[in-house]
Design a binder for this molecule. Sequence first.
Ligand code: ATP
Length: 341
Amino acid sequence: MSEPFLRCRAVSKRFGQTQAVDRVDLEVAQGEIFALLGPSGCGKTTLLRLIGGFEAPDAGEIELDGHVLASSSRFVPAEKRRIAVVFQDFALFPHMNVGKNVAFGLPNGADRKRRVGELLDLVGLSGLDGRMPHELSGGQQQRVALARALAAEPRLMLLDEPFSNLDPAVRQRVRAEVKQLIQSVGITAVFVTHDQEEALSLAERVAVMMDGRIVQSGEPAAIYEQPATRPVAEFIGDANFLPAEVRGGIASCELGEVRVQAGFDGAAELMIRAEDLALRDDSASTAEVLNVEYYGHDQMATVRSASGRLLKVRLPAGVHANAGDRVTVEVAGEARAFPSQ
Ligand code: ATP
């Protein structure tokens, strides 16, 4: 990466007994869309609030565009950071129409009306300036919140769980629209989510946070395909874990011998994604399909293996599988080995 635009160095924040953020290092490039992904309570909102200036770190340093925002000797307050925040509930002023909500973010001066028009054009809401927030759909309210955030010409945009208030049916579409909007403006954006699909589909880079620490960061495909630890693998995607013995890049497990990329020999836990397993009908097998959830585009079977282990197997839509079927479970794709603890 060229010189990072946003940089956190060993940033920590404690609330009483809780170490919410623990020596976090983070670098985000200018114009990048970056996701902080992690389970509830991992500290991602606290980190976002530290970057925004709503909390002061106990230790560490935060820099934006070469300027120190927070350190042991300096603290730039939120309103001086030129950082916009889009909140989970969009935080529109309910008694103000759309135009006034957007104008609220504008610096004082001439041309406010023209600028509101431009911003509403930008977010695809031209002509709706007279509407009240309650007269808009969730997706439209979010676009008003984005327009208001962009009005102040921020250097950085922070988004806190920006899609969690939207109906699942529209979430995917709105996500794509927001990504396109952020990219068209070219603003650097950091957003927080506990939703792995959201992080992987929207961000150019993702940092996975657990227990206050960033445990892995990288491009979405690298996080998914090469999770650094078992907890990351468990958190992202549907992973099966099987005890195995690795020798020279071959793991022996109850499903047979599987080629793995492992830099070690010995006892291992083999991680195989649900989509990397396949089923073959086998009336002689003691492995059995317990249930199948049908999603339309694909389906997820839960299989009890010969040893009694429950395995998740993602099946293409056209494959017919039913509870009670006797099957052999085959490894059809990649596997990854972690040394046993
Ligand atoms: P969620 O997805 O549930 O919002 P999160 O990953 O954003 O979780 P944080 O909200 O950053 O997590 O919280 C991290 C930890 O710090 C949690 O244990 C939380 O209870 C604690 N915490 C956060 N803010 C405060 C506060 N103001 N006072 C005390 N404890 C806090």
